[in-house]
Ligand binder design. Structure first.
Ligand code: FMN
Length: 276
C-alpha cells in the first residue's frame, strides 16, 4: 500500500466501522486493514479449505499469548456433514453451522494441566478456583480471535457460535470431551459467498469505550447516536430496524433469554471445573 492508498483506506475503514468521520489514523497497514474490515460471515461457497490452510490458521491461533503459557485450550475441527448437522441442531438450528465447510470448536481445556499435575504428584488445587476457569476461557478466546483474523487475512470468512453452549452437555458428548474441558464457542469458517452483500457492523462510538485515566460512566442518552447508526446499518442490510439499546437489554432480560446457558454452572461443576 503506498501512503496515499493507506490514508484513503484508513479513512474508509474507520468511517465504516463507526459510521462517523471523526477519527483519523496517523498510519495504516494490512493488519489493521484486515481487522477493521471484519464482519461475521454466515453464507459460504461449497468449497473446502485449501490444503494446509487449517494448519496455518491454527499456528496463528497458537501464536496468541497464553496465561503463564499454560495453553489451556484446544480446538476441534469438524468437517463431517452429519456431525455438523447434529451440532447445528444443538446450536439453535443455525444453518451456517451445518453449511460451513468447517466448524472449529474452541475448548477451554484444563485436562492437560490435570494430567501433568497428576504425573508430577501435585494436587492441582488451583483447578478448584474460578481463576483457572477464567484462564482457560480467556486463552481459548485469544486463540480463536487470532484464528479468525488469520482466516480473514487469507480471504476466508467466519462466525463465532456462542450457541454451542446452549446444550453444553450434548456438545461435550458429541465431541467426546474429557473432564476439565468445555466447548466455549464454535467458529464457522469458509470462503464467503460473494453473492451475499454485507457491510461491516458499526461499533459504539469510541469515547464510550476508551476511558482516559479513570472510568467515565455513561448515561442512557449517550447511546442515542449509536442506536441511529446501527438502525441505518440494519436498514441498509434490509434487516428489521432495532435499537442496539433495546437489543442489548433484551439479550440479558431474563433467564429464558439465556437459551439453555443458565445451567452452565452445574454442568461445569460436574465436568471438574471448580468455580470457587
Ligand atoms: C462469543 C461470540 C458468540 C457469538 N455467537 C453467535 C452465534 O451463535 N450465531 C451468530 O450468528 N453469530 C454469533 N456471534 C457473532 C456476533 O453476533 C457478531 O460478532 C456481532 O453481531 C458483531 O457483528 P460482526 O461480527 O459482523 O461485526 C457471536 C460472536 C461472539 C464474539
Amino acid at each position: 500500500m503506498d501512503s496515499w492508498d493507506a490514508g484513503r483506506r484508513a479513512r474508509m475503514r474507520l468511517e465504516e466501522r463507526y459510521r462517523a468521520a471523526d477519527l483519523s489514523a496517523p498510519t495504516w497497514n494490512d493488519v489493521l486493514d484486515t481487522m477493521l474490515a471484519h464482519r461475521s460471515v454466515r453464507t459460504y461457497r461449497d468449497a473446502p479449505l485449501q490444503r494446509g490452510v487449517l494448519e496455518t490458521i491454527v499456528a496463528a491461533a497458537q501464536s496468541a499469548p497464553s496465561s503463564s503459557n499454560l495453553q489451556a485450550w484446544s480446538v476441534i475441527a469438524v468437517r463431517d456433514r452429519d456431525r455438523k448437522a447434529r451440532l447445528s441442531r444443538l446450536a439453535a438450528g443455525q444453518r451456517h453451522v451445518a453449511q460451513a465447510p468447517v466448524l472449529l470448536v474452541f475448548v477451554a481445556d484444563l485436562s492437560r494441566v490435570r494430567t501433568v499435575s497428576a504425573a508430577s504428584g501435585r494436587a492441582a488445587e488451583g483447578l478448584d478456583y474460578i481463576e483457572s476457569f477464567i484462564i482457560a476461557v480467556a486463552d481459548a478466546a485469544f486463540a480463536a480471535q487470532n484464528a479468525l483474523t488469520a482466516a480473514e487475512s487469507l480471504g476466508l470468512g467466519g462466525c463465532y457460535i456462542g450457541a454451542m453452549r446452549n446444550d453444553a452437555q450434548a456438545v461435550a458428548r458429541e465431541l467426546d470431551l474429557p473432564d476439565d474441558a468445555f466447548a466455549v464457542f464454535g467458529m464457522t469458517l469458509g470462503y464467503p459467498d460473494a453473492g451475499v452483500a454485507a457491510q461491516v457492523k458499526p461499533r459504539l462510538p469510541q469515547q464510550l469505550v476508551l476511558h482516559h485515566e479513570q472510568y467515565r460512566r455513561a448515561a442512557a442518552d449517550d447511546f442515542t447516536a449509536y442506536d441511529d447508526r446501527l438502525r441505518g446499518f440494519r436498514s441498509d442490510q434490509q434487516m428489521a430496524e432495532i435499537d442496539w439499546t433495546d437489543q442489548a437489554a433484551r439479550r440479558l432480560a431474563d433467564k429464558k433469554a439465556l437459551t439453555g446457558r443458565e445451567s452452565l454452572r452445574p454442568f461445569l461443576l460436574r465436568r471438574g471445573f471448580g468455580l470457587q
